[in-house]
Design a protein around this ligand. Structure first.
Ligand code: PLP
Length: 381
């Protein structure tokens, strides 16, 4: 989709891209300034593999401040984005054939990362009627003696679903019966929730603290995707093993980015409120607009910056040149080729027929794009 969108743009089409997984905001000025200071202060050498101490202290403080979670500095590791932290954890812990339970729709990278680390992704489809969230019975049924991890992502990419405390407690009750299963809680969209409270497993179920890895970072809430700073906090043996792997791969993320991340985590957090309120306004606009698109139906997501409408109502319809829309990929291609709007088909997130629309774009672009989607749907018969 991205390649096709770029090709159309090169040919002069006014393509509106709603497929991006990153905020359109600039990194806050104070954070950029901290990075410039780090360069001038000569903070340009190798750092410890787990990350510089003041950054791990800032992470330690933020986990304590926001969730009353206590971690020693040696229980915290910093990597090149949450992505590397998750990969390190899987690579450090999976033996060939170990199973990882992944509720779907899920972020595209999870199943591939598990497979790359020699494990077996066990996908559990979570229905829209249950808010796209994993239910206790489904988790219970998926666990086998080979299950090593449950991967949870709240707020979720692509659905924006946010697990409540009680929903996490219900999952924790299942996990208590299966002491060999660990939880990877990917909280990267934590700060982007709208009118609901965020909760994370290690805080909700303190008795699972010893088998929970909490993953987070500055990419999304601090508009720092390119800086590549993510972190994990968890049991010491796991963190040590993750550091061993990182020590033989990337060593660590950029020293300059680490200094910038200290500012992001411990400086003024006003930018997060500003980003979140802009996202909320955009979400409401997109959901209201998509309501007018025939064949689409869109729940109101509680977090992240994506909507994940069902396009079941357009499947089986024909375009004006008589092509049948058979899949969500066909629909996404039609939106791109005929209306110059780039979205991501749900199949990429192991869920069909859906499309993911990122609302990390200006209100003006979102309005134009949604009008095109409404017009596209109206051409189908
Ligand atoms: N986890 C989820 C659910 C994501 O959507 C993403 C990025 O899209 C990541 C992790 C990776 O974050 P980072 O950029 O910090 O590696």
């Amino acid at each position: 989709m991205t390649a096709r969108a770029a090709e159309l743009r090169d040919r002069g089409f006014d393509v509106i891209t709603l497929s991006q997984g990153e905020p359109d905001f600039e990194t806050p000025t104070a954070v950029r300034d901290a990075a410039i200071r780090a360069i001038h202060d000569g903070k340009t050498k190798y750092t410890p593999v787990a990350g510089i101490k003041p950054l791990r202290e800032a992470i330690q403080k933020s986990l304590s401040r926001d969730h009353e979670l206590a971690y020693g500095l040696d229980q915290i590791t910093v990597g090149c984005g949450a992505k590397q932290v998750i990969f390190n954890a899987l690579f450090a812990s999976l033996d060939a054939g170990d199973e990882v339970v992944i509720p779907t729709p899920c972020w595209v990278s999870y199943p591939d990362m598990v497979a790359l680390a020699g494990g077996k992704p066990v996908l559990i489809a979570c229905d829209e009627c249950h808010g796209f969230k994993l239910r206790a019975e489904a988790l219970e049924a998926a666990i086998t003696p080979r299950t090593k991890w449950l991967m949870l992502n709240s707020p979720c990419n692509p659905t924006g679903a946010v697990y409540s405390r009680s929903e996490l407690q219900a999952l924790a009750a299942v996990l208590r019966r299966h002491a060999h299963v660990h939880v990877l809680s990917d909280d990267i969209y934590e700060k982007l929730t709208y009118d609901v409270d965020f909760a994370t497993m290690a805080a909700v179920a303190p008795d699972l603290y010893d088998r929970t890895l909490t993953v987070n970072g500055v990419s999304k809430a601090d508009a720092m995707t390119g800086w590549r700073v993510g972190y994990g906090a968890g049991p010491l043996p796991l963190i040590k093993a993750m550091n061993l792997i990182q020590g033989q791969t990337s060593s660590h993320t950029s020293s300059i980015s680490q200094y910038a991340a200290i500012e992001a985590l411990s400086g003024g957090r006003k930018h997060i409120d500003e980003f979140a309120s802009a996202f909320l306004q955009r979400r409401d606009l997109v959901v209201a607009k998509l309501d007018q698109a025939e064949g689409l139906s869109c729940r109101v997501p509680d977090g992240a910056f994506y909507v994940f409408p069902s396009c079941a109502g357009v499947i089986g319809k024909r375009t004006p040149n008589r092509k049948v829309i058979e899949t969500d990929t066909d629909f996404a291609m039609y939106l791109l080729d005929a209306f110059a709007v780039a979205v991501v088909p749900g199949s990429g997130f192991m869920a069909s027929p859906y499309i993911r629309i990122s609302y990390a774009s200006s209100l003006a672009d979102l309005t134009r794009a949604c009008d095109r989607i409404i017009a596209a749907c109206a051409t189908l018969s």
